[in-house]
Design a protein around this ligand. Structure first.
Ligand SMILES: C[S@@+](CC[C@H](N)C(=O)[O-])C[C@H]1O[C@@H](n2cnc3c(N)ncnc32)[C@H](O)[C@@H]1O
Length: 386
């Protein structure tokens, strides 16, 4: 079923825009345009469902519905009031407004969202003598209010809860990596899904789970059923089901090993539960062991790992640990490629191997480096230099 095309915006994190462009190309989005921490594209309602269901590196999919200029609060209120909100929001319905404001005119984002809410509710009350209720608790309609100086765009948020919430993680250990970031790292590494995969500091298992989902082509939101668009008046359950079935048919086999290990028994317990919850227990092997005692799987292996960061985990000697990681990489992983993500730039120097690539990326609000090490027989440890 082909519907009318419209513009959408997929929001992501700094450093993942190019990966998201590729993902959108793969799912057949049209007129893709890279933005700052977002990518815009066109497609119909089925594309909107697909974008939510399949994109691994998007955090939300917005459908812009109304743009205008506002140079003061009155203009903001008056312009919002003009839109036919009654076509979208029931007078006895529920609503939430998420403001994202970068403006010298509107310096308080909550105040701008209050004005917007007043204009919408005043208009609906004038017509129906009743106004929608504002709530954060599973509202019928979620509006995203974006103000860039005097340019205002109001969008429908089609995702609701952030898309990093894949619904497979039952519990987390200290400092879990965000699922969208984990998926982004795997794609940034250029993994062609033609080698083994190993995370020797796997914590709650996010990176190995995202690797397995990518390897087996399991849709990003395979375990999730809650999307804001399901409450829209034009939502088509048959079309949504058809889209899911078609995507699920693309799940395929993977002939290599996916391993995770961690020194902490509690981390392995959490990872085991999360992996079982994702029904990936037959596809991922877990080991409780110190990185220096754990050999990688036999055969070509891609290693991606997220060691403790100074800011988030107290480690007796973080620098010694990074030095150990460097030695393990050099001595045990030769012939393979390994990547480390960390926000601790000082600790990175102790790895003592020269990275062949350094990418800046954010994990939640922490600025990190994602560094690539090509490990070959005789890789040299250098003294604290990157
Ligand atoms: C930042 S956490 C990893 C978080 C993980 N990516 C997740 O999403 O939950 C770092 C992990 O390194 C583990 N670790 C610390 N020292 C280790 C060592 N010597 N060998 C193996 N794992 C170690 C910790 O137990 C912790 O689970």
């Amino acid at each position: 079923m082909e519907g009318k095309d419209f513009r959408m915006v997929a929001k992501t994190m700094y450093g993942l825009e190019d990966v998201l462009v590729k993902e959108l190309e793969t799912i057949g989005a049209k007129n893709i345009e890279k933005l700052n921490r977002a990518v815009s594209f066109e497609g119909d309602m089925t594309m909107l469902y697909k974008a939510n269901y399949l994109l691994r590196t998007a955090i939300s999919i917005l459908k812009p519905i109304y743009s205008f200029e506002a140079n003061n609060e009155k203009e903001l209120y008056d312009n919002v009031y003009k839109y036919k909100w009654e076509k979208l929001i029931n007078c006895d319905g529920t609503l939430s407004i998420e403001p994202v404001v970068y403006s010298s005119i509107f310096t308080h984002s909550l105040y701008a969202s209050q004005k917007t809410k007043d204009a919408i509710c005043d208009r609906i009350r004038k017509m129906f003598l009743q106004r929608p209720t504002l709530t954060k608790d599973n509202p019928d309609i979620i509006l995203n209010l974006h103000i860039n100086e005097n340019q205002v765009t109001i969008s429908l948020d089609s995702s609701g809860e952030s898309l990093h919430r894949r619904n497979y993680r039952l519990a987390t250990e200290k400092a879990p990596i965000n699922e969208v970031v984990a998926a982004g790292l795997i794609q940034l590494s250029g993994w062609e899904r033609d080698t083994n995969f190993f995370d020797p500091m796997c914590g709650s298992g996010t990176i190995v789970i995202e690797a397995a989902m990518y390897a087996y082509n399991i849709p990003a939101q395979y375990y999730r059923h809650n999307f804001a668009f399901k409450k829209w008046a034009d939502f088509s359950m048959p079309e949504y089901r058809r889209m899911r079935q078609q995507a699920d048919k693309q799940i395929r086999d993977f002939d290599y090993e996916i391993w995770g290990s961690d020194i902490s028994g509690s981390a392995i317990k959490t990872a085991t539960e999360n992996i079982a919850n994702a029904k990936l227990h037959k596809d991922i092997e877990l080991f409780r062991s110190d990185i220096q005692e754990q050999d990688p799987p036999k055969g070509k292996t891609l290693i991606i790992t997220n060691p403790p960061y100074g800011q988030r985990i107290e480690t007796d000697d973080l620098f010694d640990l990074y030095d150990l990681i460097g030695r393990v990489f050099k001595n045990k992983y030769s012939g393979n490629t390994a990547w480390i993500i960390s926000s601790d730039l000082d600790a990175f120097k102790y790895v003592g191997l020269r990275p062949s690539r350094k990418i800046t990326i954010y994990n939640s609000n922490l600025e990190c480096r994602f560094c690539k090490y090509e490990l070959y027989e005789g890789s040299k440890k250098v003294s604290k230099k990157m």
